[in-house]
Design a protein around this ligand. Sequence first.
Ligand code: B12
Ligand code: SF4
Ligand code: SF4
Length: 365
Amino acid sequence: MYMKEQIREAAYSLGIEIIGFTDVLDYSYLWEFMYNRVKSGYNSEFEETDINKRLDVRSVFQNCRSIIAVGLPYGEGYRKLVTRTKGLLSVSSYGEDYHKKLGILLSNLAEEIKKEIYFEYKICVDTSPLLDREICKNAGLGSYGKNSLLINEKFGSFINLGYLLTDLDIDCDNKINNIDICGECNLCIKNCPNSAILKEGGINSKKCISYLTQTKNYIPFEYRKNMRNQIYGCDVCQLVCPKNIINSQKEPSHDYGSLLIDVEELMLMNNKEFTSKYGYLAGSWRGKNIWKRNALITIGNLKLDNMYDLVENELKNPSDMIKMYAAWCLLRLNKIDSKKTLLNRMKFENNEVKEEYIKLMEAEL
Ligand code: B12
Ligand code: SF4
Ligand code: SF4
Protein backbone atom coordinates (compact mmCIF):
# COMPACT_ATOMS: atom_id res chain seq x y z
CA MET A 1 0.00 0.00 0.00
CA TYR A 2 1.41 3.37 -1.03
CA MET A 3 1.45 5.46 2.14
CA LYS A 4 -0.24 8.80 2.54
CA GLU A 5 2.81 10.27 4.32
CA GLN A 6 4.81 9.79 1.11
CA ILE A 7 2.06 11.51 -0.86
CA ARG A 8 1.96 14.34 1.69
CA GLU A 9 5.71 14.84 1.31
CA ALA A 10 5.45 14.89 -2.46
CA ALA A 11 2.67 17.47 -2.13
CA TYR A 12 4.66 19.70 0.23
CA SER A 13 7.63 19.57 -2.15
CA LEU A 14 5.31 20.95 -4.84
CA GLY A 15 4.14 23.77 -2.53
CA ILE A 16 0.77 22.18 -1.69
CA GLU A 17 0.13 23.08 1.95
CA ILE A 18 -3.39 21.74 2.41
CA ILE A 19 -3.89 18.05 1.67
CA GLY A 20 -6.09 15.22 2.96
CA PHE A 21 -7.46 11.82 2.00
CA THR A 22 -10.82 10.12 1.97
CA ASP A 23 -12.26 6.89 0.67
CA VAL A 24 -15.87 7.92 1.17
CA LEU A 25 -17.25 7.40 -2.33
CA ASP A 26 -20.95 7.20 -1.60
CA TYR A 27 -22.61 10.47 -0.61
CA SER A 28 -26.18 9.21 -0.72
CA TYR A 29 -26.52 10.25 2.94
CA LEU A 30 -27.07 13.75 1.45
CA TRP A 31 -29.85 12.67 -0.91
CA GLU A 32 -32.71 14.10 1.14
CA PHE A 33 -30.84 17.35 1.80
CA MET A 34 -30.11 17.76 -1.92
CA TYR A 35 -33.69 16.89 -2.90
CA ASN A 36 -35.19 19.39 -0.44
CA ARG A 37 -32.76 22.05 -1.57
CA VAL A 38 -33.94 21.69 -5.19
CA LYS A 39 -37.58 21.58 -4.01
CA SER A 40 -37.06 24.88 -2.17
CA GLY A 41 -35.48 26.37 -5.31
CA TYR A 42 -32.15 27.04 -3.56
CA ASN A 43 -30.06 25.38 -6.28
CA SER A 44 -28.38 27.13 -9.20
CA GLU A 45 -28.39 26.26 -12.90
CA PHE A 46 -24.61 25.73 -12.73
CA GLU A 47 -25.16 22.38 -11.04
CA GLU A 48 -25.75 18.88 -12.44
CA THR A 49 -29.49 18.17 -12.19
CA ASP A 50 -29.19 14.41 -11.65
CA ILE A 51 -28.76 14.19 -7.86
CA ASN A 52 -27.63 10.55 -7.99
CA LYS A 53 -24.73 11.47 -10.25
CA ARG A 54 -23.66 14.16 -7.77
CA LEU A 55 -23.60 11.74 -4.87
CA ASP A 56 -21.70 8.81 -6.38
CA VAL A 57 -18.01 9.41 -7.00
CA ARG A 58 -17.95 6.36 -9.28
CA SER A 59 -20.29 8.15 -11.69
CA VAL A 60 -17.22 10.24 -12.58
CA PHE A 61 -14.44 7.64 -12.18
CA GLN A 62 -15.64 4.09 -12.07
CA ASN A 63 -12.50 2.52 -10.61
CA CYS A 64 -12.19 5.08 -7.83
CA ARG A 65 -10.94 3.71 -4.49
CA SER A 66 -9.65 6.86 -2.78
CA ILE A 67 -9.52 10.62 -3.12
CA ILE A 68 -6.53 12.92 -2.59
CA ALA A 69 -7.96 16.37 -1.81
CA VAL A 70 -6.03 19.64 -1.83
CA GLY A 71 -6.74 23.26 -1.03
CA LEU A 72 -5.09 26.23 -2.71
CA PRO A 73 -5.09 29.42 -0.61
CA TYR A 74 -5.73 32.71 -2.40
CA GLY A 75 -6.25 36.37 -1.59
CA GLU A 76 -3.50 36.51 1.06
CA GLY A 77 -3.73 39.80 2.95
CA TYR A 78 -6.69 41.02 0.86
CA ARG A 79 -8.87 43.71 2.40
CA LYS A 80 -11.95 44.97 0.59
CA LEU A 81 -11.16 47.67 -1.97
CA VAL A 82 -13.28 50.80 -1.64
CA THR A 83 -14.30 52.78 -4.72
CA ARG A 84 -17.01 55.23 -5.77
CA THR A 85 -16.48 54.95 -9.50
CA LYS A 86 -15.38 51.44 -10.41
CA GLY A 87 -16.73 47.93 -10.62
CA LEU A 88 -15.30 45.16 -8.44
CA LEU A 89 -14.28 41.55 -8.99
CA SER A 90 -14.21 39.06 -6.14
CA VAL A 91 -10.72 38.21 -4.94
CA SER A 92 -11.15 34.58 -6.09
CA SER A 93 -10.79 35.91 -9.62
CA TYR A 94 -7.46 37.62 -8.98
CA GLY A 95 -4.65 36.42 -11.23
CA GLU A 96 -4.50 33.29 -13.32
CA ASP A 97 -7.63 31.10 -13.35
CA TYR A 98 -7.48 28.77 -10.33
CA HIS A 99 -8.93 25.90 -12.36
CA LYS A 100 -5.76 25.96 -14.41
CA LYS A 101 -3.39 26.48 -11.45
CA LEU A 102 -4.93 23.71 -9.35
CA GLY A 103 -5.22 21.42 -12.37
CA ILE A 104 -1.47 21.76 -13.01
CA LEU A 105 -0.61 21.21 -9.32
CA LEU A 106 -2.76 18.07 -9.17
CA SER A 107 -1.29 16.76 -12.40
CA ASN A 108 2.26 17.36 -11.07
CA LEU A 109 1.33 15.58 -7.85
CA ALA A 110 0.01 12.60 -9.82
CA GLU A 111 3.28 12.47 -11.81
CA GLU A 112 5.30 12.47 -8.55
CA ILE A 113 3.21 9.60 -7.15
CA LYS A 114 3.60 7.72 -10.42
CA LYS A 115 7.37 7.69 -9.93
CA GLU A 116 6.67 5.25 -7.06
CA ILE A 117 3.55 3.43 -8.15
CA TYR A 118 1.46 3.17 -11.31
CA PHE A 119 -2.12 4.31 -10.84
CA GLU A 120 -5.05 5.76 -12.70
CA TYR A 121 -6.69 9.00 -11.74
CA LYS A 122 -9.05 11.80 -12.68
CA ILE A 123 -8.54 15.46 -11.82
CA CYS A 124 -11.54 17.43 -10.52
CA VAL A 125 -11.53 21.18 -9.91
CA ASP A 126 -14.93 22.82 -9.57
CA THR A 127 -16.53 21.58 -12.78
CA SER A 128 -17.32 17.95 -11.93
CA PRO A 129 -20.89 17.12 -10.80
CA LEU A 130 -19.52 16.00 -7.39
CA LEU A 131 -19.76 18.04 -4.19
CA ASP A 132 -16.22 19.42 -3.87
CA ARG A 133 -16.71 20.79 -0.37
CA GLU A 134 -18.29 17.65 1.07
CA ILE A 135 -15.48 15.52 -0.37
CA CYS A 136 -12.80 17.90 0.93
CA LYS A 137 -14.51 18.09 4.31
CA ASN A 138 -14.43 14.30 4.56
CA ALA A 139 -10.74 14.41 3.63
CA GLY A 140 -10.19 16.65 6.66
CA LEU A 141 -9.46 19.91 4.84
CA GLY A 142 -11.91 21.94 6.93
CA SER A 143 -15.38 22.40 8.37
CA TYR A 144 -18.44 24.24 7.09
CA GLY A 145 -19.28 27.73 8.18
CA LYS A 146 -22.88 28.98 8.19
CA ASN A 147 -22.00 30.80 4.96
CA SER A 148 -21.54 27.28 3.48
CA LEU A 149 -17.84 27.84 2.77
CA LEU A 150 -15.34 25.17 3.79
CA ILE A 151 -13.09 26.75 6.38
CA ASN A 152 -9.57 25.47 6.97
CA GLU A 153 -8.19 25.84 10.49
CA LYS A 154 -4.95 27.45 9.34
CA PHE A 155 -5.93 29.27 6.14
CA GLY A 156 -9.60 30.18 6.68
CA SER A 157 -12.11 30.00 3.81
CA PHE A 158 -10.10 31.72 1.08
CA ILE A 159 -9.10 28.37 -0.39
CA ASN A 160 -10.04 26.78 -3.66
CA LEU A 161 -10.60 23.05 -3.72
CA GLY A 162 -9.58 20.25 -6.04
CA TYR A 163 -8.85 16.54 -5.89
CA LEU A 164 -7.55 13.44 -7.58
CA LEU A 165 -9.96 10.53 -7.82
CA THR A 166 -7.60 7.54 -7.76
CA ASP A 167 -7.66 3.75 -7.95
CA LEU A 168 -5.08 3.59 -5.13
CA ASP A 169 -5.72 1.90 -1.79
CA ILE A 170 -4.82 4.61 0.67
CA ASP A 171 -5.21 4.34 4.41
CA CYS A 172 -7.57 7.33 4.78
CA ASP A 173 -8.79 9.24 7.80
CA ASN A 174 -12.48 9.73 7.06
CA LYS A 175 -14.46 12.40 8.79
CA ILE A 176 -18.16 12.43 7.94
CA ASN A 177 -18.76 14.67 10.93
CA ASN A 178 -20.10 18.19 11.01
CA ILE A 179 -18.27 20.15 13.67
CA ASP A 180 -19.96 23.44 14.60
CA ILE A 181 -17.17 25.98 14.25
CA CYS A 182 -19.46 29.04 14.19
CA GLY A 183 -21.14 28.81 17.58
CA GLU A 184 -23.21 31.92 18.29
CA CYS A 185 -21.56 33.98 15.52
CA ASN A 186 -23.85 35.08 12.71
CA LEU A 187 -21.82 37.88 11.14
CA CYS A 188 -22.08 36.44 7.63
CA ILE A 189 -25.87 36.15 7.94
CA LYS A 190 -26.16 39.74 9.18
CA ASN A 191 -23.86 41.20 6.54
CA CYS A 192 -24.90 39.28 3.44
CA PRO A 193 -26.10 42.08 1.11
CA ASN A 194 -29.04 40.09 -0.27
CA SER A 195 -29.95 37.97 2.78
CA ALA A 196 -28.97 34.83 0.87
CA ILE A 197 -27.66 32.94 3.92
CA LEU A 198 -30.30 30.86 5.64
CA LYS A 199 -30.88 31.25 9.38
CA GLU A 200 -29.92 27.64 9.89
CA GLY A 201 -26.83 27.94 7.65
CA GLY A 202 -26.37 27.10 3.96
CA ILE A 203 -27.46 29.48 1.19
CA ASN A 204 -30.26 30.21 -1.22
CA SER A 205 -28.11 30.39 -4.36
CA LYS A 206 -30.75 32.33 -6.31
CA LYS A 207 -30.31 35.28 -3.94
CA CYS A 208 -26.51 35.11 -3.70
CA ILE A 209 -24.81 38.08 -5.39
CA SER A 210 -22.12 35.75 -6.70
CA TYR A 211 -24.85 33.80 -8.49
CA LEU A 212 -26.57 36.96 -9.76
CA THR A 213 -23.33 38.22 -11.33
CA GLN A 214 -23.03 34.94 -13.26
CA THR A 215 -26.56 33.92 -14.20
CA LYS A 216 -28.03 34.57 -17.63
CA ASN A 217 -31.48 34.49 -16.04
CA TYR A 218 -33.50 37.63 -15.46
CA ILE A 219 -32.47 39.52 -12.28
CA PRO A 220 -35.45 40.84 -10.26
CA PHE A 221 -35.33 44.64 -9.73
CA GLU A 222 -35.20 44.31 -5.94
CA TYR A 223 -31.91 42.36 -6.13
CA ARG A 224 -30.13 44.75 -8.49
CA LYS A 225 -29.43 47.46 -5.90
CA ASN A 226 -27.92 44.90 -3.56
CA MET A 227 -25.46 43.88 -6.28
CA ARG A 228 -23.84 47.30 -5.77
CA ASN A 229 -20.74 47.46 -8.00
CA GLN A 230 -20.00 43.72 -8.27
CA ILE A 231 -18.95 42.73 -11.77
CA TYR A 232 -18.12 39.17 -10.78
CA GLY A 233 -18.54 37.19 -7.54
CA CYS A 234 -18.93 38.42 -3.98
CA ASP A 235 -16.65 38.18 -0.95
CA VAL A 236 -18.71 39.78 1.82
CA CYS A 237 -19.51 36.64 3.86
CA GLN A 238 -15.83 35.72 3.85
CA LEU A 239 -14.48 39.18 4.60
CA VAL A 240 -16.63 39.56 7.73
CA CYS A 241 -15.85 36.05 8.97
CA PRO A 242 -13.63 35.96 12.08
CA LYS A 243 -12.10 32.71 10.80
CA ASN A 244 -10.44 34.80 8.10
CA ILE A 245 -8.71 37.28 10.42
CA ILE A 246 -5.75 35.00 9.98
CA ASN A 247 -5.79 35.98 6.29
CA SER A 248 -6.47 39.70 6.56
CA GLN A 249 -3.57 40.13 9.00
CA LYS A 250 -1.09 38.78 6.46
CA GLU A 251 0.92 41.16 4.32
CA PRO A 252 -0.89 41.46 0.96
CA SER A 253 0.84 39.06 -1.41
CA HIS A 254 -0.20 41.16 -4.44
CA ASP A 255 -1.41 44.60 -5.37
CA TYR A 256 -5.11 43.77 -5.77
CA GLY A 257 -5.82 46.95 -7.75
CA SER A 258 -6.64 45.00 -10.91
CA LEU A 259 -9.84 43.79 -9.17
CA LEU A 260 -11.21 47.30 -9.74
CA ILE A 261 -12.83 47.51 -13.14
CA ASP A 262 -13.07 50.60 -15.32
CA VAL A 263 -16.75 50.27 -16.30
CA GLU A 264 -16.56 52.88 -19.06
CA GLU A 265 -13.78 50.94 -20.76
CA LEU A 266 -15.72 47.68 -20.26
CA MET A 267 -18.85 49.17 -21.86
CA LEU A 268 -16.89 50.08 -24.99
CA MET A 269 -14.98 46.80 -25.41
CA ASN A 270 -15.56 44.36 -28.24
CA ASN A 271 -15.35 40.59 -27.68
CA LYS A 272 -11.73 40.37 -28.82
CA GLU A 273 -10.60 43.17 -26.51
CA PHE A 274 -12.52 41.57 -23.62
CA THR A 275 -10.88 38.19 -24.15
CA SER A 276 -7.43 39.68 -24.45
CA LYS A 277 -7.80 41.76 -21.25
CA TYR A 278 -9.89 39.48 -19.02
CA GLY A 279 -9.96 36.07 -20.74
CA TYR A 280 -7.35 34.53 -18.38
CA LEU A 281 -9.45 35.25 -15.26
CA ALA A 282 -11.69 32.60 -13.66
CA GLY A 283 -14.45 35.23 -13.56
CA SER A 284 -14.60 35.72 -17.33
CA TRP A 285 -16.22 32.36 -18.13
CA ARG A 286 -19.67 33.88 -18.73
CA GLY A 287 -18.37 36.22 -21.41
CA LYS A 288 -18.45 39.93 -22.18
CA ASN A 289 -22.19 40.55 -22.32
CA ILE A 290 -22.77 39.31 -18.75
CA TRP A 291 -19.96 41.59 -17.49
CA LYS A 292 -21.47 44.41 -19.51
CA ARG A 293 -24.90 43.78 -17.96
CA ASN A 294 -23.24 43.90 -14.52
CA ALA A 295 -21.45 47.11 -15.51
CA LEU A 296 -24.86 48.67 -16.33
CA ILE A 297 -26.10 47.66 -12.87
CA THR A 298 -22.92 49.16 -11.36
CA ILE A 299 -23.30 52.45 -13.26
CA GLY A 300 -26.92 52.70 -12.08
CA ASN A 301 -26.03 51.90 -8.48
CA LEU A 302 -23.01 54.21 -8.28
CA LYS A 303 -25.04 56.92 -10.05
CA LEU A 304 -22.31 57.60 -12.57
CA ASP A 305 -24.24 60.42 -14.32
CA ASN A 306 -21.33 61.24 -16.59
CA MET A 307 -21.99 57.95 -18.40
CA TYR A 308 -25.62 58.74 -19.26
CA ASP A 309 -25.00 59.23 -23.01
CA LEU A 310 -22.84 56.15 -23.26
CA VAL A 311 -25.59 54.06 -21.62
CA GLU A 312 -28.28 55.64 -23.79
CA ASN A 313 -26.38 54.36 -26.83
CA GLU A 314 -26.86 50.82 -25.53
CA LEU A 315 -30.61 51.11 -26.22
CA LYS A 316 -29.55 50.33 -29.80
CA ASN A 317 -27.51 47.28 -28.79
CA PRO A 318 -28.49 44.12 -30.75
CA SER A 319 -28.94 42.23 -27.45
CA ASP A 320 -32.38 42.58 -25.82
CA MET A 321 -30.79 41.82 -22.46
CA ILE A 322 -28.38 44.76 -22.74
CA LYS A 323 -31.19 47.10 -23.85
CA MET A 324 -33.32 46.16 -20.84
CA TYR A 325 -30.53 46.71 -18.31
CA ALA A 326 -29.51 49.94 -20.04
CA ALA A 327 -33.10 51.13 -19.58
CA TRP A 328 -32.97 50.22 -15.87
CA CYS A 329 -29.66 52.04 -15.53
CA LEU A 330 -30.92 55.19 -17.32
CA LEU A 331 -33.97 55.36 -15.08
CA ARG A 332 -31.67 55.20 -12.04
CA LEU A 333 -29.51 58.01 -13.44
CA ASN A 334 -32.24 60.40 -14.61
CA LYS A 335 -35.84 59.33 -14.38
CA ILE A 336 -37.43 62.23 -16.29
CA ASP A 337 -35.10 62.33 -19.32
CA SER A 338 -34.88 58.58 -19.64
CA LYS A 339 -38.67 58.10 -19.57
CA LYS A 340 -38.96 60.37 -22.62
CA THR A 341 -36.18 58.47 -24.40
CA LEU A 342 -37.71 55.08 -23.61
CA LEU A 343 -41.15 56.15 -24.85
CA ASN A 344 -39.55 57.31 -28.11
CA ARG A 345 -37.70 54.00 -28.51
CA MET A 346 -40.82 51.84 -28.02
CA LYS A 347 -41.74 51.83 -31.71
CA PHE A 348 -38.45 50.10 -32.61
CA GLU A 349 -38.73 47.29 -30.05
CA ASN A 350 -40.28 43.82 -29.92
CA ASN A 351 -43.02 43.02 -27.41
CA GLU A 352 -40.70 41.58 -24.76
CA VAL A 353 -38.51 44.70 -24.65
CA LYS A 354 -41.54 47.03 -24.78
CA GLU A 355 -43.17 45.22 -21.85
CA GLU A 356 -39.96 45.47 -19.84
CA TYR A 357 -39.68 49.23 -20.53
CA ILE A 358 -43.27 49.71 -19.33
CA LYS A 359 -42.62 47.62 -16.20
CA LEU A 360 -39.45 49.61 -15.52
CA MET A 361 -41.12 53.01 -15.99
CA GLU A 362 -43.88 52.04 -13.58
CA ALA A 363 -41.53 50.62 -10.94
CA GLU A 364 -39.98 52.43 -7.99
CA LEU A 365 -36.29 51.85 -8.79
C1 B12 B 1 -22.84 26.03 -7.82
C2 B12 B 1 -21.70 26.67 -7.10
C3 B12 B 1 -21.89 27.97 -6.63
C4 B12 B 1 -23.26 28.61 -6.58
C5 B12 B 1 -23.99 28.01 -5.36
C6 B12 B 1 -23.13 28.03 -4.08
C7 B12 B 1 -23.59 27.10 -2.96
N1 B12 B 1 -23.39 27.52 -1.72
O1 B12 B 1 -24.05 26.01 -3.19
C8 B12 B 1 -22.88 30.12 -6.46
C9 B12 B 1 -22.80 30.71 -7.86
C10 B12 B 1 -23.83 30.95 -5.62
C11 B12 B 1 -21.47 30.02 -5.90
C12 B12 B 1 -20.87 31.05 -5.22
C13 B12 B 1 -19.60 30.96 -4.68
N2 B12 B 1 -18.70 30.00 -4.85
CO1 B12 B 1 -19.14 28.34 -5.71
N3 B12 B 1 -19.44 26.56 -6.41
C14 B12 B 1 -20.49 25.99 -6.89
C15 B12 B 1 -20.19 24.52 -7.23
C16 B12 B 1 -19.99 24.39 -8.75
C17 B12 B 1 -21.28 23.55 -6.74
C18 B12 B 1 -21.75 23.86 -5.29
C19 B12 B 1 -22.85 22.95 -4.86
O2 B12 B 1 -22.95 21.85 -5.34
N4 B12 B 1 -23.70 23.35 -3.93
C20 B12 B 1 -24.72 22.45 -3.52
C21 B12 B 1 -25.02 22.35 -2.06
C22 B12 B 1 -25.09 20.90 -1.63
O3 B12 B 1 -24.14 23.01 -1.23
P1 B12 B 1 -24.69 23.76 0.06
O4 B12 B 1 -26.07 24.19 -0.17
O5 B12 B 1 -23.73 24.78 0.44
O6 B12 B 1 -24.70 22.60 1.21
C23 B12 B 1 -23.55 22.05 1.82
C24 B12 B 1 -22.94 22.95 2.88
O7 B12 B 1 -23.33 24.30 2.77
C25 B12 B 1 -23.36 22.36 4.19
N5 B12 B 1 -24.50 22.99 4.84
C26 B12 B 1 -25.76 23.03 4.44
N6 B12 B 1 -26.52 23.55 5.37
C27 B12 B 1 -25.72 23.87 6.42
C28 B12 B 1 -26.00 24.40 7.67
C29 B12 B 1 -24.93 24.66 8.58
C30 B12 B 1 -25.24 25.21 9.91
C31 B12 B 1 -23.60 24.36 8.21
C32 B12 B 1 -22.50 24.66 9.13
C33 B12 B 1 -23.34 23.78 6.94
C34 B12 B 1 -24.41 23.53 6.09
O8 B12 B 1 -23.68 20.99 3.91
C35 B12 B 1 -24.11 20.85 2.58
C36 B12 B 1 -23.80 19.51 1.98
O9 B12 B 1 -22.47 19.40 1.58
C37 B12 B 1 -18.87 24.27 -6.41
C38 B12 B 1 -17.90 23.28 -7.08
C39 B12 B 1 -18.38 21.85 -6.88
N7 B12 B 1 -18.41 21.10 -7.97
O10 B12 B 1 -18.69 21.46 -5.79
C40 B12 B 1 -18.27 25.71 -6.28
C41 B12 B 1 -17.62 26.08 -4.96
C42 B12 B 1 -18.54 25.64 -3.83
N8 B12 B 1 -17.59 27.59 -4.98
C43 B12 B 1 -16.57 28.08 -4.46
C44 B12 B 1 -16.38 29.48 -4.28
C45 B12 B 1 -14.98 29.96 -3.94
C46 B12 B 1 -17.47 30.35 -4.41
C47 B12 B 1 -17.51 31.86 -4.04
C48 B12 B 1 -16.69 32.25 -2.82
C49 B12 B 1 -17.06 32.66 -5.29
C50 B12 B 1 -17.15 34.17 -5.10
N9 B12 B 1 -16.17 34.82 -4.52
O11 B12 B 1 -18.13 34.76 -5.51
C51 B12 B 1 -19.04 32.06 -3.80
C52 B12 B 1 -19.41 31.77 -2.34
C53 B12 B 1 -20.87 31.79 -2.06
C54 B12 B 1 -21.24 30.97 -0.83
N10 B12 B 1 -21.49 31.63 0.29
O12 B12 B 1 -21.29 29.74 -0.94
C55 B12 B 1 -15.61 27.03 -3.93
C56 B12 B 1 -15.73 26.93 -2.40
C57 B12 B 1 -14.42 26.90 -1.65
C58 B12 B 1 -14.64 26.79 -0.16
N11 B12 B 1 -13.61 27.11 0.58
O13 B12 B 1 -15.68 26.41 0.31
C59 B12 B 1 -16.12 25.73 -4.71
C60 B12 B 1 -15.97 24.43 -3.93
C61 B12 B 1 -15.30 25.67 -6.03
C62 B12 B 1 -13.89 25.11 -5.81
N12 B12 B 1 -13.64 23.88 -6.24
O14 B12 B 1 -13.04 25.76 -5.25
N13 B12 B 1 -20.92 28.79 -6.12
S1 SF4 C 1 -21.23 35.50 -1.53
FE1 SF4 C 1 -22.19 37.49 -0.99
S2 SF4 C 1 -24.36 37.31 -1.50
FE2 SF4 C 1 -23.47 35.23 -1.53
S3 SF4 C 1 -23.88 34.43 0.50
FE3 SF4 C 1 -21.87 35.41 0.62
S4 SF4 C 1 -22.27 37.53 1.22
FE4 SF4 C 1 -24.20 36.65 0.60
S1 SF4 D 1 -19.05 34.74 9.91
FE1 SF4 D 1 -19.41 33.64 11.80
S2 SF4 D 1 -21.24 32.39 11.38
FE2 SF4 D 1 -20.43 33.05 9.41
S3 SF4 D 1 -19.08 31.37 8.77
FE3 SF4 D 1 -17.80 32.87 9.84
S4 SF4 D 1 -17.75 32.13 11.96
FE4 SF4 D 1 -19.46 31.10 10.95
